[in-house]
Design a binder for this molecule. Structure first.
Ligand SMILES: Nc1nc2c(c(=O)[nH]1)N[C@H]1C(S)=C(S)[C@@H](COP(=O)(O)OP(=O)(O)OC[C@H]3O[C@@H](n4cnc5c(=O)[nH]c(N)nc54)[C@H](O)[C@@H]3O)O[C@H]1N2
Ligand SMILES: Nc1nc2c(c(=O)[nH]1)N[C@H]1C(S)=C(S)[C@@H](COP(=O)(O)OP(=O)(O)OC[C@H]3O[C@@H](n4cnc5c(=O)[nH]c(N)nc54)[C@H](O)[C@@H]3O)O[C@H]1N2
Ligand code: SF4
Ligand SMILES: [Mo]
Length: 691
């Protein structure tokens, strides 16, 4: 039997629309949808080709239960659900609902995440629910709400083509958001003046007019320096500041301390380059700022996002086509999982659990009573587990044992639990500690919606059925909730969306029917009008005014010392995706089959490291071994690696240091010691491919 349909890519936050062709229960081809609003007829190699995982023989196709001798064995759904319900009920009765916590998957649909948080809140009775935005763009979400009011990009990818200039800071879109990266590349060829700010010379630096290489962790100084030059050189949009903002006077006073010379001392960015960058941005007719994890995954990441907002406000560059703030949100539905209330402090649409009238509305709809105090964030969950206060976790589509920081601590937490349920599509590092594993379905096997990095809600449709006894996440979660005594009464994801719309003012006009092929960008009014551009006339804060924040530069949590003289930066590679459970089970593994450490030729020579040789990387928290790749794309004194291969265990190196406001881990700066390990040199995959 053949099936042809249009769906949305399940990898990254660009949200490419795809045409899938399936036959006899297998995806045969995927092609770009020509009318996809974000991709306009393009995809990258993941969206188009990395679908073989869906029928890989290692797909979970039956529930698994850990038996007496520690092995996972196949079980029926009835047995697995009965065990989960009896254990969760026992723990709730003995220790209270807050001894249980859940994680929602930012890879899954809005409707999946909605029923997950409703199950935790209404069936179990706890606000202990979070999602991997915590370890990703939670600083962005926090700062945008403080500065402007809403937790989302102020514009759309279409602003890339409409802008005369753009700043790209701490993001590497040609690898992590390739279709957006391609749009940026094409825009530069047509005249977009691009300034890239990254300690590494990323590919887009070759297309820009200027590249700044700050020391990792010094973004705040760079942003303050840019704002200093804007103020000093009379480039401030005074009418905009006067009419639409508050807090400029205090900010202006603080900026005195950040002359280009001061900033050069802190960040290493030449003063002249900083001044040029400020002029390029401020003097452009329309200019946008895009950013990624190189901004957020730091000790003061949330503060840097506020400084980015300051700069845009000072130049009056927000709320117009071409003048947007575009955080490049990571996973296909990380915007959506947070929008859906899979967060410990908010229901859908960032409505606070502490707000009496909001909480009452949800209590009435769900027929339960809830606390007004927030629940635990992910790192707090692990600490509570180690302390013996948290007894059970329900982890849905997140491989915390591989991807969360401080692996040793995460594993200690998982081992302390009395019950760990993991709902995934593959066994992964986290299922090693699970008591029950539930087989779920990937984005190719279910319906619902994803929300991309431009707040665009788009439809997802099943090309194939889940393998074996696997079920959709929606089906699993609503069934378990009902077995726990809270029947949500939804037949389909579309029913859940109707409830979301009824409870969420910013989603009032959203329905599956209305989303259609073009998607809808929230806020969506009751009549279906959506919002490609936010804040055209007013900000969503009291008085309609945006808030500037006077925040000084503070040094990163991890700094070099005699014992750890090199800075490790971690990030991602084009061919693999996060935990790698999916891309390592596709032909992308033939392209890149292992992890490697990028190191500058000067450092390599000093440390007696040859290209391709095995090295040890040690931090204050752990030690790993991998092969070196000597490259001038990285600055001396820095090394870089990714975290896609469980055998390397990159996150053993990452400590507990995190963003001061949101607990987002400081993945991007870790002081390490790098040494050769004696072994026969071997050629790295990158080099092998080149020749
Ligand atoms: N191929 C692929 N695509 C992906 C993913 C994947 O794993 N693989 N993951 C998805 C996810 S979840 C996310 S969140 C996104 C992430 O997408 P990006 O945000 O682009 O991710 P990273 O490569 O981790 O980091 C971006 C850049 O930040 C730089 N950086 C590090 N420290 C600093 C600093 O102090 N200052 C500045 N200015 N820059 C710094 C790094 O050198 C790096 O080039 O990608 C998504 N897309
Ligand atoms: N060192 C270092 N570590 C990092 C980062 C970094 O830059 N450096 N970045 C961090 C960031 S930004 C992020 S977002 C995290 C990501 O970390 P994770 O969220 O752990 O990674 P993913 O690979 O996106 O997916 C998690 C799991 O979801 C499963 N899955 C996929 N689709 C579905 C589905 O539809 N249903 C179900 N039930 N399961 C599904 C996958 O098999 C996988 O096991 O990693 C973080 N870790
Ligand atoms: S750019 Fe992102 S959304 Fe588009 S095809 Fe690639 S992984 Fe999928
Ligand atoms: Mo992410």
């Amino acid at each position: 039997m053949d099936r042809d349909l249009t769906t949305t890519c399940g990898y990254c936050g660009v949200g490419c629309r795809l045409e899938a062709h399936a036959s006899d229960g297998k995806v045969i081809t995927i092609a770009p949808a020509l009318d996809g609003p974000a991709n306009k007829g393009h995809t990258c190699l993941k969206g188009r080709f990395a679908h073989q995982f869906s029928r890989h023989r290692e797909r979970l196709d039956s529930p698994l239960i850990r038996d007496g001798d520690g092995e996972l064995r196949r079980a029926s759904w009835e047995e697995a659900i009965a065990l989960i319900v009896s254990e969760l009920t026992r723990i709730r009765d003995a220790d209270g609902p807050d001894a249980i916590a859940g994680l929602a998957s930012s890879r899954a649909t809005n409707e999946d995440c909605y029923v997950m948080q409703r199950m935790m809140r209404a069936a179990i009775g706890t606000h202990n629910i979070d999602n991997c935005s915590r370890v990703c763009h939670s600083p962005t979400s926090w700062a945008l709400r403080k500065s402007f009011g809403l937790s989302g990009a102020t514009g759309s990818f279409d602003d890339i083509e409409a802008a005369d200039a753009a700043i790209l800071i701490g993001a590497n879109p040609t690898e992590a958001h390739p279709v957006a990266g391609a749009r940026i590349k094409q825009a530069t060829l047509r005249g977009l003046k691009l300034v890239t700010i990254d300690p590494r010379r990323i590919e887009l630096a070759d297309y820009g007019v200027l590249h700044l290489s700050p020391r990792p962790g010094t973004n705040a100084a760079v942003m303050l320096g840019l704002a200093h030059v804007v103020a000093r050189d009379g480039l401030v949009d005074q009418p905009f500041l006067a009419a639409r903002t508050e807090g400029y006077d205090e900010t202006r006073a603080l900026l005195e301390d950040y002359t280009p010379a001061d900033v050069q001392r802190i960040s290493g960015v030449p003063a002249a380059d900083l001044q040029r960058a400020a002029h390029i941005y401020a003097e452009a007719g329309e200019a946008s700022v895009m950013w990624g994890l190189g901004v957020t995954e730091h000790r003061y990441g949330s503060e840097v996002v506020r400084l980015i907002c300051n700069l845009a406000l000072m130049c009056g560059k927000v709320g117009r086509r071409g003048s947007a703030l575009l955080p490049l949100r990571g996973q296909n539905n990380v915007q959506g999982s947070s929008d859906m209330g899979a967060l410990p402090d908010t229901f859908t649409g960032y409505q606070s659990v502490a707000d009496e009238s909001v909480a009452r509305r949800f209590e009435e709809r769900w027929g339960v009573s809830m606390k007004r105090e927030r629940g635990l964030k992910i790192p707090e969950m692990f600490s509570a587990a180690v302390a013996g206060d948290l007894k059970a976790m329900y982890i849905f589509g997140e491989d915390v044992a591989q991807t969360d920081p401080d692996t040793t601590h995460v594993i200690a937490a998982l081992e302390s639990l009395e019950l760990l349920v993991v709902q995934d599509i593959f066994e992964n590092e986290t299922t090693r500690y699970a008591d029950v594993v539930l087989p779920a379905s990937s984005f190719l096997e279910k319906g619902g919606t994803f929300t991309n990095a431009e707040r665009r809600i788009q439809l997802v449709a099943p090309a194939i059925d889940p393998p074996g006894d696997a079920r959709t996440d929606f089906d699993i979660l609503t069934t378990i909730s009902a077995a726990l005594g809270h029947d949500m009464g939804f037949q389909t994801p579309a029913d859940a969306m109707d409830e979301i719309a009824a409870l969420t003012p910013d989603w009032a006009g959203v329905s599956h029917e209305r989303i259609g092929r073009g998607g809808l960008q929230w806020p969506v009014a009751a009549d279906g009008t959506d919002s490609p551009i936010l804040y055209e006339d007013a900000f969503e804060l009291p008085g309609g005014r945006a808030l500037l924040a006077a925040l000084p530069y503070k040094p990163p949590g991890s700094e070099v010392s005699d014992a750890f003289p090199v800075i490790l930066v971690t990030g991602r590679r084009l061919e693999h995706y996060n935990a790698g459970t999916m891309t390592r089970r596709t032909h992308n593994l033939d392209l890149v089959g292992s992890e490697w450490l990028e190191i500058h030729p000067d450092d390599a020579e000093r440390l007696w490291i040859e290209d391709g040789s095995l090295v040890s990387v040690r931090s204050a928290h752990g030690r790993i071994e991998l092969h070196a790749h000597v490259t001038a794309r990285i600055e001396p004194g820095h090394v870089f690696t990714a975290f896609h291969f469980p055998e390397v265990r990159t996150n053993l190196l990452i400590g507990p240091s995190a963003d001061v406001n949101t607990s987002c881990p400081e993945y991007k700066v870790v002081a390490v010691d790098v040494r050769p390990v004696s072994e026969k040199p071997r050629r790295t995959p990158a080099i092998a491919a080149a020749g």
